[in-house]
Design a binder for this molecule. Structure first.
Ligand SMILES: [Zn+2]
Length: 382
């Protein structure tokens, strides 16, 4: 197992008396409301998923991230983690004076302000997303940001794990579990989907090379039509129970918002998995991509540009299908047969069948996964 990214696991969650004091102190501080997505990001910083970050980026670190894909310290970091505020709020913030970050009227963290600064949205967007097209969802969000940024370390008051506390583990916890299991090599699998047999095969190919598989669904704000979070979690539980050796696979979630920054985000995902204790990260074609903004292989190729990342990308190439002639799942890299022998994985077709309550072909979809999904009133985000 590698050390956490940057050398040590960050823990910015306040405990016991420190926490009570922070709640009391927060009352006398400037109060800055934060959005749900910002709070999620803060919690990821607090429990060390974003190690070595201890808070929101200051201007030097942001410059490094945008132009060198590294923090000012030289540690690889590809995604800007910043707190944006309006002018009136910025004027109330100054270096050395802590402020309270507030969600739903309650203080969730103390921010130790180190830097209050302006930034160039076009630069932030185009460096992060390799485009300044406002049709890109990540770029559009940058242009909606407020005009000032506040950087500094966080002390987290809110370290709650809702809404799925039983499968929402921190890096210190997963590292302990992987160690207990005796896994020397662990591959992290990123997903936002309920599993079909193509995903399962990919995971099992990877399991032939490493000791353990860490299935780590990203949970959070979703698009209309995406599988709901609880459906994804339940589907994986059933798949693991029925089709994986229990001592070779582990699942917990990653509450996080997708940014669709393609290759930069693939590196970000790898850093998070390294913090969880993974030695390998499974990287798919067009990983964290959207539309046609990134070359499908870009998220794989970018790993060659960082020789100090200390987590290995693993790529299972080829699109899977069931081949009647091979009588198994195959890809164009393994099967020589004509198209009329192939049953492809069509996300839309499978989905329509699930909605209609018809079982998809068991060659493509596990009946146990289908059955558990039928128990939900709502399968998809509306
Ligand atoms: Zn074949």
């Amino acid at each position: 197992m590698y050390k956490p990214h940057g050398g040590k696991l960050i823990d910015r969650n306040l405990k016991g008396a420190e926490k009570s004091k922070a709640i009391a102190d927060a009352k006398g501080m400037v109060q800055i409301p934060v959005a749900q997505e910002t709070l999620t990001e803060m919690k990821n910083i607090g429990c060390g998923r974003f190690s070595p970050l201890e808070g929101f980026l200051g201007s030097e670190d942001l410059k490094g991230v945008l132009h060198n894909r590294r923090l000012a310290s030289g540690v690889i970091w590809t995604i800007p983690m910043v707190l944006d505020v309006d002018k009136a709020t910025a004027e109330k913030c100054s270096r050395g004076n802590p402020v309270a970050l507030v969600f739903n009227g309650s203080p969730v963290a103390i921010l130790h302000v180190e830097d209050v600064y302006t930034y160039d949205k076009a630069e932030l967007a185009s460096q992060t997303f390799a485009t300044d097209d406002t049709k890109h969802p990540g770029v559009a969000r940058v242009y909606e940001m407020k005009d000032y940024l506040v950087g500094g370390k966080l002390d987290m008051i809110d370290d709650s794990k809702e809404p799925f506390p039983e499968c929402n583990l921190w890096p210190a916890e997963t590292r302990r579990i992987f160690e207990q299991k005796g896994w020397k090599t662990v591959a992290g699998f990123q997903t936002r989907n309920a599993p079909h047999r193509g995903h399962e095969l990919m995971q099992k190919i990877v399991l032939s090379y490493v000791d353990g598989l860490y299935i780590n669904p990203v949970i959070g704000r979703k698009k209309k039509g995406d599988f709901r979070d609880e459906v994804i979690i339940k589907s994986y539980e059933v798949l693991i129970e029925n089709y994986f050796p229990a001592d070779r696979v582990f699942m917990s979630i990653l509450p996080m918002e997708m940014r669709y920054a393609g290759p930069r985000e693939a590196i970000h995902h790898a850093i998070i998995r390294k913090n969880f204790g993974c030695t390998h990260q499974i990287v798919g074609r067009d990983h964290a991509g959207v539309g046609k903004y990134y070359h499908p292989e870009a998220a794989i190729d970018i790993f060659e540009e960082f020789d100090d990342l200390e987590i290995e990308p693993m790529t299972v190439r080829g699109d899977f299908f069931h081949c009647r002639k091979c009588d198994e799942l195959a890809s164009e890299r393994t099967c020589p047969h004509a198209d009329d022998q192939k049953i492809p994985f069509s996300g839309t077709a499978i989905r329509n069948m699930i909605v209609a309550g018809e079982m998809p072909d068991p060659k493509l979809y596990r009946p146990e996964v289908f059955e558990i999904q039928q128990k939900f009133d709502k399968l998809f985000v509306e």
